[in-house]
Design a protein around this ligand. Structure first.
Ligand SMILES: C[S@@+](CC[C@H](N)C(=O)[O-])C[C@H]1O[C@@H](n2cnc3c(N)ncnc32)[C@H](O)[C@@H]1O
Length: 231
Protein backbone atom coordinates (compact mmCIF):
# COMPACT_ATOMS: atom_id res chain seq x y z
CA UNK A 1 0.00 0.00 0.00
CA UNK A 2 2.72 2.51 0.94
CA UNK A 3 5.48 0.51 -0.70
CA UNK A 4 6.82 3.24 -2.97
CA UNK A 5 5.93 6.16 -0.71
CA UNK A 6 6.96 4.84 2.76
CA UNK A 7 9.84 7.34 3.01
CA UNK A 8 7.32 10.17 2.36
CA UNK A 9 4.64 8.99 4.83
CA UNK A 10 5.48 11.37 7.68
CA UNK A 11 5.89 14.33 5.31
CA UNK A 12 2.58 13.69 3.51
CA UNK A 13 0.69 13.32 6.79
CA UNK A 14 2.49 16.16 8.60
CA UNK A 15 -0.90 17.91 8.83
CA UNK A 16 -2.10 15.28 11.33
CA UNK A 17 -1.96 16.21 15.00
CA UNK A 18 -0.87 12.88 16.49
CA UNK A 19 -0.36 14.40 19.96
CA UNK A 20 -3.97 15.64 20.09
CA UNK A 21 -5.30 12.32 18.77
CA UNK A 22 -3.30 10.37 21.35
CA UNK A 23 -4.67 12.69 24.07
CA UNK A 24 -8.26 11.88 23.00
CA UNK A 25 -7.51 8.15 23.14
CA UNK A 26 -6.00 8.63 26.57
CA UNK A 27 -9.16 10.44 27.78
CA UNK A 28 -11.28 7.47 26.68
CA UNK A 29 -8.96 4.98 28.36
CA UNK A 30 -8.81 6.99 31.62
CA UNK A 31 -12.64 7.15 31.68
CA UNK A 32 -13.25 3.47 30.87
CA UNK A 33 -10.19 1.54 32.04
CA UNK A 34 -8.05 3.74 34.30
CA UNK A 35 -5.89 0.83 35.47
CA UNK A 36 -4.78 0.01 31.91
CA UNK A 37 -1.01 -0.39 31.68
CA UNK A 38 -0.20 -1.92 28.30
CA UNK A 39 -1.15 -0.92 24.76
CA UNK A 40 -0.72 -2.53 21.34
CA UNK A 41 -1.11 -0.31 18.26
CA UNK A 42 -2.12 -2.48 15.29
CA UNK A 43 -1.26 -1.06 11.83
CA UNK A 44 1.04 1.33 13.68
CA UNK A 45 2.71 2.64 10.49
CA UNK A 46 5.66 4.89 11.38
CA UNK A 47 4.78 4.83 15.10
CA UNK A 48 3.54 8.38 15.49
CA UNK A 49 0.68 7.54 17.86
CA UNK A 50 2.93 5.15 19.79
CA UNK A 51 5.44 7.95 20.31
CA UNK A 52 2.81 9.69 22.47
CA UNK A 53 1.34 6.53 24.01
CA UNK A 54 4.75 5.55 25.40
CA UNK A 55 4.47 8.36 27.98
CA UNK A 56 1.54 6.53 29.60
CA UNK A 57 1.72 2.84 28.60
CA UNK A 58 4.06 -0.06 28.09
CA UNK A 59 3.70 -0.23 24.30
CA UNK A 60 4.11 -2.57 21.32
CA UNK A 61 3.20 -2.13 17.64
CA UNK A 62 2.40 -4.27 14.61
CA UNK A 63 2.25 -3.53 10.88
CA UNK A 64 2.66 -5.50 7.66
CA UNK A 65 4.74 -2.88 5.88
CA UNK A 66 8.43 -3.47 6.64
CA UNK A 67 9.46 -0.04 5.30
CA UNK A 68 7.05 1.83 7.57
CA UNK A 69 8.14 -0.36 10.50
CA UNK A 70 11.79 0.55 9.81
CA UNK A 71 10.88 4.22 10.30
CA UNK A 72 8.95 3.33 13.47
CA UNK A 73 11.99 1.40 14.77
CA UNK A 74 14.17 4.49 14.40
CA UNK A 75 11.56 6.57 16.19
CA UNK A 76 11.04 4.02 19.00
CA UNK A 77 14.31 2.05 19.28
CA UNK A 78 13.43 0.15 22.47
CA UNK A 79 9.84 -0.77 21.59
CA UNK A 80 8.82 -4.25 20.32
CA UNK A 81 7.49 -3.65 16.79
CA UNK A 82 6.21 -6.73 14.98
CA UNK A 83 5.89 -7.49 11.29
CA UNK A 84 2.47 -9.10 10.84
CA UNK A 85 -0.89 -9.12 9.12
CA UNK A 86 -3.73 -7.87 11.32
CA UNK A 87 -6.11 -10.53 10.00
CA UNK A 88 -3.94 -13.29 11.41
CA UNK A 89 -1.38 -12.49 14.09
CA UNK A 90 -0.43 -13.96 17.42
CA UNK A 91 1.98 -12.21 19.76
CA UNK A 92 1.61 -14.71 22.61
CA UNK A 93 0.43 -12.12 25.14
CA UNK A 94 -2.46 -9.77 25.88
CA UNK A 95 -2.78 -6.00 26.36
CA UNK A 96 -5.11 -3.72 28.30
CA UNK A 97 -5.69 -1.54 25.22
CA UNK A 98 -5.49 -2.38 21.50
CA UNK A 99 -5.79 0.45 18.97
CA UNK A 100 -6.15 0.40 15.17
CA UNK A 101 -6.22 4.00 13.93
CA UNK A 102 -6.43 6.24 10.86
CA UNK A 103 -8.81 3.91 8.98
CA UNK A 104 -6.20 1.15 8.65
CA UNK A 105 -9.05 -1.35 9.13
CA UNK A 106 -10.54 -0.19 5.78
CA UNK A 107 -7.64 -1.96 4.02
CA UNK A 108 -9.14 -5.32 4.97
CA UNK A 109 -10.31 -6.55 1.56
CA UNK A 110 -13.67 -8.08 2.62
CA UNK A 111 -16.12 -8.28 5.52
CA UNK A 112 -14.63 -11.69 6.37
CA UNK A 113 -11.12 -10.20 6.53
CA UNK A 114 -12.34 -7.29 8.68
CA UNK A 115 -14.08 -9.80 11.01
CA UNK A 116 -10.81 -11.76 11.22
CA UNK A 117 -8.85 -8.60 12.05
CA UNK A 118 -11.27 -7.55 14.82
CA UNK A 119 -11.22 -11.13 16.18
CA UNK A 120 -7.39 -11.23 16.18
CA UNK A 121 -7.23 -7.86 17.97
CA UNK A 122 -9.88 -8.97 20.50
CA UNK A 123 -7.86 -12.15 21.24
CA UNK A 124 -4.98 -9.87 22.27
CA UNK A 125 -7.12 -8.08 24.90
CA UNK A 126 -6.81 -8.90 28.59
CA UNK A 127 -10.11 -9.21 30.54
CA UNK A 128 -11.60 -5.71 30.89
CA UNK A 129 -9.46 -4.52 27.96
CA UNK A 130 -10.49 -1.93 25.36
CA UNK A 131 -10.34 -2.21 21.56
CA UNK A 132 -10.39 1.19 19.81
CA UNK A 133 -10.87 1.07 16.02
CA UNK A 134 -11.04 4.21 13.87
CA UNK A 135 -13.01 3.18 10.78
CA UNK A 136 -12.87 4.26 7.17
CA UNK A 137 -15.73 6.51 6.01
CA UNK A 138 -19.32 5.36 6.43
CA UNK A 139 -20.81 4.47 2.99
CA UNK A 140 -23.51 7.15 3.43
CA UNK A 141 -20.85 9.86 3.83
CA UNK A 142 -18.89 8.96 0.69
CA UNK A 143 -18.65 11.89 -1.78
CA UNK A 144 -18.37 11.16 -5.49
CA UNK A 145 -16.17 12.99 -7.98
CA UNK A 146 -13.46 14.31 -5.67
CA UNK A 147 -9.94 15.36 -6.52
CA UNK A 148 -7.48 15.92 -3.66
CA UNK A 149 -4.05 17.51 -3.61
CA UNK A 150 -1.44 17.56 -0.88
CA UNK A 151 1.57 19.86 -1.23
CA UNK A 152 4.59 19.84 1.07
CA UNK A 153 7.62 22.06 0.60
CA UNK A 154 10.80 21.50 2.59
CA UNK A 155 14.09 23.24 1.70
CA UNK A 156 15.43 20.39 -0.48
CA UNK A 157 12.34 18.22 -0.88
CA UNK A 158 9.04 19.14 -2.49
CA UNK A 159 6.18 16.63 -2.67
CA UNK A 160 2.87 16.90 -4.49
CA UNK A 161 0.39 14.06 -4.09
CA UNK A 162 -2.78 14.19 -6.17
CA UNK A 163 -5.58 11.67 -6.42
CA UNK A 164 -9.04 11.11 -7.71
CA UNK A 165 -11.18 8.45 -6.11
CA UNK A 166 -13.64 5.94 -7.47
CA UNK A 167 -16.22 3.74 -5.83
CA UNK A 168 -17.34 0.36 -7.10
CA UNK A 169 -19.87 -1.20 -4.74
CA UNK A 170 -18.35 -1.06 -1.27
CA UNK A 171 -14.75 -0.62 -2.55
CA UNK A 172 -13.09 2.80 -2.88
CA UNK A 173 -10.02 2.95 -5.11
CA UNK A 174 -7.46 5.75 -4.98
CA UNK A 175 -4.81 6.28 -7.62
CA UNK A 176 -2.23 8.53 -5.99
CA UNK A 177 0.18 10.40 -8.27
CA UNK A 178 3.36 11.54 -6.52
CA UNK A 179 5.69 14.20 -7.85
CA UNK A 180 8.80 14.28 -5.69
CA UNK A 181 11.43 16.92 -6.31
CA UNK A 182 14.94 17.40 -4.90
CA UNK A 183 17.62 19.78 -6.24
CA UNK A 184 19.02 16.78 -8.22
CA UNK A 185 15.99 14.98 -9.56
CA UNK A 186 12.21 15.09 -10.05
CA UNK A 187 10.41 11.76 -9.92
CA UNK A 188 6.82 10.78 -10.74
CA UNK A 189 5.19 7.54 -9.61
CA UNK A 190 1.74 6.22 -8.83
CA UNK A 191 0.36 4.03 -6.05
CA UNK A 192 -3.05 2.37 -5.79
CA UNK A 193 -4.84 2.16 -2.43
CA UNK A 194 -8.09 0.21 -2.02
CA UNK A 195 -10.29 0.72 1.01
CA UNK A 196 -13.64 -0.89 1.84
CA UNK A 197 -16.63 1.17 3.01
CA UNK A 198 -17.80 -1.17 5.77
CA UNK A 199 -21.17 -0.30 7.32
CA UNK A 200 -21.91 0.43 10.99
CA UNK A 201 -23.72 -2.91 11.13
CA UNK A 202 -20.71 -4.79 9.73
CA UNK A 203 -18.35 -3.21 12.29
CA UNK A 204 -20.81 -3.86 15.13
CA UNK A 205 -21.23 -7.51 14.05
CA UNK A 206 -17.45 -7.97 13.94
CA UNK A 207 -17.08 -6.73 17.54
CA UNK A 208 -19.99 -8.81 18.82
CA UNK A 209 -18.72 -11.96 17.05
CA UNK A 210 -15.33 -11.31 18.66
CA UNK A 211 -17.03 -11.41 22.10
CA UNK A 212 -16.87 -7.66 22.80
CA UNK A 213 -19.53 -5.15 23.78
CA UNK A 214 -19.30 -2.13 21.48
CA UNK A 215 -20.09 1.61 21.48
CA UNK A 216 -19.70 4.02 18.58
CA UNK A 217 -18.43 7.57 19.17
CA UNK A 218 -19.57 9.35 15.99
CA UNK A 219 -16.97 12.14 16.17
CA UNK A 220 -13.93 10.09 17.00
CA UNK A 221 -10.49 11.58 16.43
CA UNK A 222 -10.93 13.32 13.07
CA UNK A 223 -14.65 13.03 12.30
CA UNK A 224 -14.61 9.44 11.03
CA UNK A 225 -15.92 8.02 14.30
CA UNK A 226 -14.41 5.52 16.71
CA UNK A 227 -15.57 2.02 17.70
CA UNK A 228 -14.91 1.28 21.36
CA UNK A 229 -15.06 -2.39 22.27
CA UNK A 230 -14.79 -3.81 25.79
CA UNK A 231 -13.92 -7.35 26.77
C1 LIG B 1 -3.28 5.04 6.86
S1 LIG B 1 -1.99 4.06 7.52
C2 LIG B 1 -2.16 4.37 9.27
C3 LIG B 1 -0.86 4.17 10.01
C4 LIG B 1 -0.87 4.69 11.45
N1 LIG B 1 -1.86 3.98 12.26
C5 LIG B 1 -1.11 6.18 11.50
O1 LIG B 1 -2.10 6.60 12.11
O2 LIG B 1 -0.30 6.93 10.92
C6 LIG B 1 -2.62 2.42 7.36
C7 LIG B 1 -1.66 1.38 7.93
O3 LIG B 1 -2.28 0.11 7.90
C8 LIG B 1 -1.28 -0.84 7.63
N2 LIG B 1 -1.98 -2.06 7.20
C9 LIG B 1 -2.88 -2.17 6.20
N3 LIG B 1 -3.31 -3.44 6.09
C10 LIG B 1 -2.67 -4.15 7.07
C11 LIG B 1 -2.69 -5.51 7.46
N4 LIG B 1 -3.45 -6.41 6.82
N5 LIG B 1 -1.95 -5.87 8.52
C12 LIG B 1 -1.17 -4.97 9.17
N6 LIG B 1 -1.08 -3.67 8.82
C13 LIG B 1 -1.83 -3.27 7.78
C14 LIG B 1 -0.43 -0.16 6.56
O4 LIG B 1 0.81 -0.77 6.37
C15 LIG B 1 -0.35 1.23 7.14
O5 LIG B 1 0.72 1.36 8.04
Amino acid sequence: MFNRSAHLYDIIYSFKDYAAEAALILEIVEARHPRAQSLLDVACGTGKHLEHFQERFEIEGLDFNEKLLEIARKRLPNVPLHLGDYTNFSLGRTFDVVTCLFSAIGSAPSVEAMDAAVAAMARHLAPGGLLLVEPWIDPSNWKERMVNTQVVEEPELHVVRMNGSHREGNRTRFEFHYLVGTPDHIEHFTEIHNLILFTREEYNDAFVKAGLSVDFDSRGLIGRGLYIGSK
